[in-house]
Design a protein around this ligand. Structure first.
Ligand code: PEP
Length: 248
């Protein structure tokens, strides 16, 4: 099954308004056909970045969302608000939200349901901590996080999962090609059990964790690696576009 690879940049809490717009314009200018590209700026720059991307195929994304449609939730942002700004995809379950912001699995699951039900593409992140890997718990941890998306997903088109080993995020230590492929194959098998084979064949599974231009080709050539979720290397247009080129 040929899946179009999806390379998404997670800008986290970086950039200024001016640098976000400049980065978006440079990525839009360098975007090539054959790979889906997306960027997830900080909330406050989504509107400006959306305008900078107008007319380009680069998808606009959000790093987070709150599951309720509106109301007294100080500081939070709803799916409808994201859609109002032209957002096409939204992350859930990123390890920094799980482990630094202490989001519970129930909250992550509610966010994932809201993103999908609202019509956005869901990028649901899963991945183990180093002590869990060392204890042989990687697949059990990943399965428990996949269970968060059990309810409410009707088709594979707007579902993306991202395997992001926590020990590889922002550390410069990426998973080896074989380590990534092993977990990606497990995720696809698990999705087959949760839905069916045809569904699983269509779902894109990104790898995230210190993906850079020099390791991207090896990772992206694994059979079940369908793109990348890129942190640090997405903050420079040339490195992000080099990763995108490695996905072709
Ligand atoms: C991420 O945070 O999703 C990520 C993969 O970060 P980095 O590429 O910097 O490891």
């Amino acid at each position: 099954m040929k899946r179009v690879k999806f390379v998404a940049g997670n800008w986290k809490m970086n950039t200024t308004r001016a640098s976000a717009v400049a980065l978006a314009k440079a990525i839009a200018k360098g975007a090539v056909a054959g790979v889906t590209l997306g960027v997830a700026p900080p909330f406050v720059y989504i509107d400006a970045v959306g305008q900078a991307l107008a007319g380009s195929p680069v998808l606009l994304g959000a790093q987070d969302v709150y599951p309720q449609p509106n109301g007294a939730f100080t500081g939070e942002i709803s799916v409808e608000m994201l859609k109002d700004l032209g957002v096409a995809f939204c992350l859930t379950g990123h390890s920094e939200r799980r482990h630094i912001l202490l989001e519970s699995s129930d909250l992550v699951a509610a966010k994932a349901r809201a993103v999908y039900a609202g019509g956005l593409t869901l990028i649901h992140c899963v991945g183990e901590k180093i002590e869990q890997r060392d204890a042989g718990q990687t697949l059990a941890v990943v399965q428990a996080q996949l269970d968060e998306i059990r309810g409410g997903i009707e088709g594979p088109k707007r579902l993306v999962t991202a395997y992001e080993p926590v020990w590889a995020i922002g550390t410069g230590r990426n998973a080896t090609d074989a380590q990534a492929q092993e977990v990606h194959a497990f995720i696809r098998e698990s999705i087959t059990r949760m839905w069916n084979r045809d569904f699983a064949d269509r779902v894109r599974i990104q790898y995230g964790g210190s993906m850079k231009p020099d390791n991207a080709r090896g990772l992206l050539s694994q059979g079940d690696v369908d793109g990348g979720l890129i942190g640090g290397a997405s903050l420079k247009a040339d490195s992000f576009l080099a990763i995108a080129a490695a996905a072709l």
